[in-house]
Design a protein around this ligand. Structure first.
Ligand code: PEP
Length: 250
């Protein structure tokens, strides 16, 4: 049985004061049950949020990391630096990184390798655009992104990853994939994992992301291959994020 993971991607939002307040609301909440809660604030907020979360069951992650461990890479933040800030997870290959910042599958593969080398769990994001879905290419696109990002990993490294299926057309639009649409891609991802390694297919948690809210979370989590959610907008509202977590625990 895979413990569900509910991950909040705070994106480019929040001040120190607001981030500490949101983190306190989550840290002080009643236990939500058998579910892991994760928040991913901006780099500059990591240490402040870590201080607030210390001793609580809520864990910390980052939204991105450098594809290199150190050196002349101005503006970059390495996996080891994230670990020093208290991070356990890092989001890799989010569609906003791919489309707005030109990250390729090869970049994503390098970042996954760096995350694992630093002892971080990468949350590897994949997902098709609306045009790709409308032309029936969603399964191929997702499979191609999995090949591009993960094919160089050993079975043990693969088993240490989390996957997130995030259809680009569902992110921040209020239009979630239906539970059937999401399950269909998740089943494909599980089959892709099985073809590589039975133990990875059993262990890897596959999250759904794209306009997850308290009112659609339960139906998504009732699908057999959906092991939690990567949540954007609703993760900025403490009670909504907790309601989604409770739906995953139910
Ligand atoms: C995301 O950015 O990963 C995301 C899923 O956003 P939202 O929940 O706002 O669609």
């Amino acid at each position: 049985m895979r413990t569900p993971l509910i991950a909040g991607n705070w994106k480019l939002n929040g001040s120190r004061v607001a981030a500490r307040a949101l983190a306190s609301e989550l840290a002080d909440a009643n236990p939500v049950g058998e579910v892991e809660l994760l928040v991913c604030p901006s780099f500059t907020l990591l240490s402040a949020v870590h201080d607030v979360l210390d001793g609580s069951p809520v864990v910390l992650g980052a939204q991105n990391l450098a594809s290199e461990p150190k050196g002349a890479f101005t503006g970059e933040v390495s996996g080891d630096m994230l670990v020093e800030c208290g991070c356990r997870y890092v989001i890799v290959g989010h569609s906003e990184r791919r489309t707005l910042f030109g990250e390729s599958d090869a970049d994503v593969a390098r970042k996954v390798a760096q995350a694992l080398a630093s002892g971080l769990t990468p949350i590897v994001c994949v997902g098709e655009s609306l045009a790709e879905r409308d032309s029936g290419r969603a399964p191929d696109v997702v499979r191609g992104q999995l090949d591009g990002a993960l094919s160089g990993l050993s079975d043990a490294q693969l088993a240490a990853c989390v996957l997130a299926y995030e259809p680009v057309w569902a992110i921040g639009t209020g239009r979630s994939a239906t539970p059937d649409q999401a399950q269909s891609v998740h089943a494909d991802m599980r089959a892709w994992l099985s073809a590589r390694s039975a133990s990875a297919a059993h262990a890897v948690r596959a999250l759904y992301g794209g306009s997850v809210k308290p009112d659609n979370a339960g139906a998504l989590f009732s699908q057999p291959d959906i092991d939690g959610a990567l949540v954007g907008g609703a993760s900025l509202v403490g009670q909504d994020f907790l309601a989604i977590a409770r739906a995953a625990a139910a």
